[in-house]
Design a protein around this ligand. Structure first.
Ligand SMILES: [Zn+2]
Length: 400
């Protein structure tokens, strides 16, 4: 199988993760694909391990004294769009918008990078589902690099690979045992456009705001009713309007109200709070708490209750002490003729969790784009290029 054939095979498995399922992996389809990968690694002559929610394998070193480098990708796909019965289309791209079924259009206007793909083959879905390049492109690229490495005489240290589950629902590393995995550092292959290197992600927290009201018949409510709906609106209006996702980009953080449920007597709103900068992140949480305090002084103790919980932290702090990872990735991309481009992640990655658990782990491009949507696509050559980048990284670390 070449890397494209691998990719087309992996997207044929339905592996949509499910936030509401308590099992690991959250859906059985992920186990099916993990088992396929386990079998393929075995066929390549390795001794893979099937753990709860993930598969790992080690390629023994053929040179002494090198660091142990890992490559990781996740098998699940986003539940935002159906990932069932994906019918990949191989399109010879001659320019212009790509029109798919169901009114799905991959437009040049929204995707100016298309211009550089003229004459290339692009893989899309049929327009009714996502494609699954996030992250089956990463899985295929790692598997292809492993196969090529084993069939080559490339010098390398001990190489670790892992395929994980449930990244899209933020549970990808819940059962992952970093110590047992045993690598020194790694890369997730889970990013977008070819050349992207990501090592700065958000610091993230979730906040649950409860508003306790007092219901009284509206006809006799004067000076008595405490309407949680009104109180909530007052709270929400005190958060800075300019710090909403719709008004922010790059390194700008935000507050976002995600879900509101309630009525006069009681209302609960779920918020997320994000910022790349640790100090600004702490400030945002503190401001949220100060609004609660201010309104409680106005309306009475416990009218507003906020529960704030940190979700993950910016891995930049950890990567700063391991910056060779970024330098090596840049060099590996340049060796493959790709222009590297460092961009901040406006979200989190499994690598953020892993970095804080002792496996420094920046994220590299898969070459795909428009993830989590019907317009998701990837040029075939990107699959080959990223497999090459992985082999280049392996070579770079064999020199140390
Ligand atoms: Zn992903």
């Amino acid at each position: 199988m070449n890397v494209k054939e691998r990719f087309l095979k992996y997207v044929s498995y339905e592996t949509t993760s499910d936030e509401d399922s308590p099992s690991v992996p959250s859906t059985e389809g992920q186990n099916v694909l993990l088992k396929v990968l386990f079998d393929e690694l075995k066929e390549l002559g390795l001794s893979p391990e099937m753990n709860v929610g993930y598969v790992t394998a080690v390629i023994p070193a053929n040179v002494e004294g090198c660091k142990k480098v890992a490559f990781l990708a996740h098998v699940d796909t986003s539940s935002a769009v159906s990932g069932k019965d994906i019918k990949p289309q191989l399109i010879k791209y001659n320019g212009g918008d790509i029109v798919l079924n169901g009114g799905t259009v991959i437009s040049v206007k929204d995707n100016p990078v298309l211009e550089s793909y003229i004459g290339e083959e692009i893989i899309t879905s049929d327009g009714t589902t996502l494609l699954g390049a996030d992250d089956k492109a990463g899985v295929a690229e790692i598997m292809d690099a492993v196969e090529k490495l084993l069939k080559s005489d490339i010098k390398h240290g001990e190489i670790h690979v892992a395929f994980t589950c449930d990244e899209e629902i933020g549970r990808g590393t819940d059962t992952f045992d970093v110590k047992k995995f045993g690598a020194d550092f790694g890369y997730t292959i889970d990013g977008g456009l070819l050349g992207e290197i990501e090592y700065e992600n958000f610091n993230a927290a979730s906040a649950v705001l409860t508003v306790n009201g007092k219901s009284i018949h509206p006809g006799s409510a004067k000076n008595k009713m405490k309407n949680a709906v009104d109180l909530f609106c007052e709270f929400h209006s005190m958060l800075p309007v300019a710090m909403r996702p719709v008004h922010t980009e790059g390194y700008e953080g935000f507050y976002m109200g995600e879900e509101v449920k309630g009525s006069v007597e009681n209302l609960v709103c779920k918020y997320i709070i994000r910022d790349h900068d640790k100090a600004k992140f702490e400030d945002k949480k503190a401001f949220f708490v100060s609004v609660v305090k201010f309104l409680n002084e106005k309306y009475g103790e416990n009218t507003f209750v906020a529960e704030i919980k940190d979700s993950y932290y910016n891995m930049a702090e950890i990567i700063a002490d391991n910056f060779h990872l970024i330098k090596s990735a840049e060099k590996a991309m340049e060796m493959a003729g790709i222009a590297p481009c460092i961009i901040p992640i406006r979200g989190g990655t499994d690598g953020a969790h892993l970095s804080y658990e002792g496996l420094p782990c920046p994220n590299l491009s898969t070459g795909g784009m428009n993830f989590h949507g019907r317009m998701e696509c990837i040029p075939s050559f990107a699959l080959e290029k990223m497999s090459e980048v992985i082999l280049n990284i392996i070579s770079i670390y064999s020199e140390k």
